[in-house]
Ligand binder design. Sequence first.
Ligand code: SF4
Length: 87
Amino acid sequence: MASNAPTASELQSSGFFHPIIDKCEGCERIVEANNNKYCQTFAFPDAKWRLGICNFATHKKPEIVVSTIKVNPLKAAKRASGGGKKK
Ligand code: SF4
C-alpha cells in the first residue's frame, strides 16, 4: 500500500513548510531533508505549540489529573435537600 504522506524533499521544495521547533524533538511525524527537520502533518509547527501541547505529538501527552474525593452519601443528600440547619 502506498503512503500518502509527503516526503521530506517535497515538504522542503514546497517552500510552505517551516522547520520544527525544539518542543517537537522526539515526535514520530518529523521528516528530515538536507539537515532540516519538518513536520509531515503541519506546515507551522510553532503554531501548534502556542496554546499548549501539540495535539498530534506522538512523544508527549497531556497529563490528566484525577482526584478522588470521598463523599459521605448522608451529608451529600442533606446538602442536596437544602441544607440541614433548623431555622
Ligand atoms: S505533530 Fe506536532 S509535535 Fe509532532 S512534529 Fe508536528 S508539530 Fe511537532
